[in-house]
Design a protein around this ligand. Structure first.
Ligand code: 5GP
Length: 195
């Protein structure tokens, strides 16, 4: 998605060879117009799949997921990273190991909001090693609902999450794919090499 690539070029900061900071439009301040464009893009990629729910992870997945839900006209559920005082019963949980933080956390969704009949689109902001997406897939599959695909805003193609998910047979659609952040330079996967 060209608009997103341009935004990443203009406002993204490579903090190291592997971490990209995009807090000017996605991870802290949010650009609603761009989120809307991204929602339209995800919606058009998955419009023929008969999606009934979108599942994302708080907090940075919520904005693109809500825009997609608005266009596909389906509810959006965000998995929580912290246990809520008001949400204690019927929680479906999964563990996420974060390589960047070197810690394991549980994420959870209430079983009230998903059922076997659901056909779920998973959306997240970044795909690195795939742990967050795999945890969301695990939650959906524990409920015996179907995973229709995974929509990612920024895939770091030099990390193995994309290959892990695609090898397992999941459809992964990324709006921007980054080839490298070496020397803190942001290089995108060339159009022809896009998956
Ligand atoms: P994974 O689970 O695929 O290894 O990592 C994905 C999760 O880690 C995303 O939900 C995102 O919050 C975070 N993440 C991974 N890499 C980056 C990065 O380069 N920049 C930012 N801002 N978040 C990242």
């Amino acid at each position: 998605m060209e608009k997103l690539q341009n935004k990443i070029r203009e406002e993204g900061v490579a903090l190291s060879d592997s971490v990209l900071k995009v807090d000017k439009f996605l991870n802290h301040q949010i650009d609603p117009q761009l989120m809307h464009e991204m929602g339209k893009e995800f919606a058009s990629k998955f419009e023929k799949e008969g999606i009934t729910k979108i599942v994302t992870l708080e907090s940075s997945g919520i904005a693109p997921a809500v825009m997609t839900g608005l266009i596909l006209n389906v509810p959006v559920i965000f998995a929580r990273k912290k246990k809520s005082l008001t949400l204690t019963e019927g929680l479906i949980t999964s563990k996420v190991y974060s390589y960047t933080k070197q810690e394991t956390n549980e994420v959870s969704v209430s079983n009230k909001f998903l059922s076997k009949e659901d056909n779920v689109l998973i959306i997240d902001d970044f795909l690195a090693n795939g742990q967050a997406a795999l945890a969301l897939i695990d939650i959906v599959e524990k409920i015996e609902a179907t995973v229709a695909g995974v929509g990612i805003v920024i895939e770091k193609a030099f990390q193995d999450g994309g290959a892990v998910l695609r090898t397992k047979g999941y459809r992964v659609e990324s709006l921007a794919r980054i080839q490298s952040l070496s020397d803190k330079k942001i290089e995108f996967v060339k159009e022809k090499e896009q998956v």
